[in-house]
Design a protein around this ligand. Structure first.
Ligand code: EPZ
Length: 417
């Protein structure tokens, strides 16, 4: 199994182009299920999860073109088998995003329940509740959700928790429903807005994406479209945190600064100088970072997907930071690995207290999930000596060409067997 070998202690310096957003590309690919016309996408990141989604859609009969230079064409002229099997769903929870569009397009779907996850229980009850609210009949047998509906009907759905893919699944389904659907307490994430913009380009009638109330007026059919996926705000935040932690200087291009304001604010609090333009972010950390305290929250709050990277930054900052995780109940696995590098972290229920130390020492560590592995990369770039990160397949799910991009910034990093 591949590992990453990092020799730390070098400030990152240079320029990186931000890739397309994984968490926007996945639901947007599912939008192809809603029409028999071609959906031509651009800025699609080359990632394991994108390949998994392409495979899942292909098994249903969707024609998925080759991915080249960020371009990907999908066409669901026919859906021969509206089924998402356990073998693929267990490798990627976001597969549940096919449930809503399959029900809307085919009137039936069989989708494996995603099962447990390293960072939390992550049930899909809000997805099911919403679709049942639109008139679907959903039973769970042998680990599968069996769903059927003659035609979904518009409904008012108040979500009990703010859920990103839950909002996306219901928005996808509502586009072809009879009548108007109102989603209340909806997620406001930029990825939800990106999906809504793609659906509108296909002829959907959606208002309020980006707010906590989204109105979707169902239509008889959708057309094909050309659409460019938004830049990845979490990939952006990861490179910015790594640069701040190594006291470096970086320009991110092809970025969307307005989608990561909370992250930029926190980095300024840590002492970084940050300048933004329409599509670029320049960061410089000319001193030892100051420890920051934070509490994760749904957008526009501080993203839970940035929590681990900030913990790594706090490990060598001056002072003490308190990090509270409010979204997922088990998202501190990286703290135990950071302690192996000499970090001073104590965990009290949902809060981790990080006392900054002068330096970290390289060691062998293990990645447990996507963002935990990103925090170990940041820590490895800081630590003295060599850090060897195991199970980096987690990284390949969400970071395009990570070691190449970091090498171009002067990092000493290599993939080893
Ligand atoms: C999305 O996951 C992202 N994944 C996650 O990114 C991200 O961490 C998360 O949103 C929160 O921002 C994708 O977009 C593919 P949620 P999602 O439903 O939609 C509870 C990464 O690192 N909940 O918003 O699965 C749930 O347990 C990944 O790129 C229910 O109780 O997250 C959690 O506590 C990791 N019932 C909270 O809501 C439901 O039906 C928020 O989860 C659904 C969710």
């Amino acid at each position: 199994m591949d590992k990453l070998l990092i020799t730390g202690g070098r400030p990152l310096s240079g320029e990186v182009r931000v890739s397309g957003a994984k968490n926007a590309a996945l639901p947007i690919m599912c939008a192809a299920l809603l029409t028999d016309q071609p959906l031509e996408l651009d800025n699609v990141p080359k990632l394991m999860d994108v390949r998994t989604m392409a495979k899942l859609l292909g098994l249903m009969g969707v024609q998925v073109g080759p991915q080249a230079d960020g371009r990907l064409q999908l066409q669901a002229a026919q859906i021969k088998d509206p089924v998402a099997g356990y073998e693929l769903v267990k490798t990627m929870r976001a597969s549940v995003l096919v449930l809503g569009p399959l029900l809307a397009r085919c009137g039936r779907a069989k989708v494996s329940l995603p099962g447990g996850c390293a960072i939390g229980a992550r049930p899909v009850d809000q997805h099911v509740k919403g679709l049942q609210g639109m008139g679907a009949v959903i039973t769970v047998e042998h680990g599968y959700m069996n769903a059927s509906a003659k035609r979904l009907k518009g409904a008012r759905i108040v979500m009990d928790v703010v859920t990103v893919t839950g909002t996306e699944n219901l928005m996808l389904a509502a586009c072809l429903a009879e009548g108007t659907t109102v989603l209340e307490n909806a997620a406001r994430e930029p990825e939800v807005v990106d999906l809504a913009n793609c659906l509108k380009a296909m002829g959907a009638r959606i208002e309020g994406a980006g707010t906590d109330v989204i109105r979707i007026e169902g239509v008889g059919s959708l057309s094909g479209a050309k659409y460019r996926v938004m830049p990845d705000r979490i990939e952006s935040g990861t490179y910015l945190a790594a640069t701040a932690a190594t006291s470096g200087k970086l320009r991110l291009t092809h970025a969307a600064p307005q989608t990561l304001s909370a992250t930029l604010e926190k980095l300024r609090e840590a002492g970084a100088d940050i300048a933004v333009t329409q599509d670029s972010i320049l960061i410089e950390m000319a001193r030892r970072p100051r420890a920051v305290s934070l509490s994760t929250a749904p957008y526009p709050g501080l993203a839970t997907d940035m929590q681990a990277q900030f913990m790594a930054l706090d490990c060598i900052a001056s002072g003490t930071g308190q990090i509270t995780e409010t979204i997922f109940e088990n998202r501190f696995m990286h703290a135990l690995e950071l302690q192996r590098l000499g970090a001073d972290i104590s965990i009290h229920d949902k809060t981790a207290v990080v006392k900054g130390v002068e330096r970290l020492q390289g060691a062998r560590v293990m990645a447990t999930d996507l963002r935990a592995s990103a925090s170990l990369v940041v820590a490895g770039l800081i630590a003295q000596g060599e850090t060897l990160i195991d199970r980096i397949y987690h990284l390949d799910r969400g970071y395009e060409g990570l070691e190449h991009k970091l090498s171009s910034l002067g990092a000493k990093i290599a993939r080893v067997r």
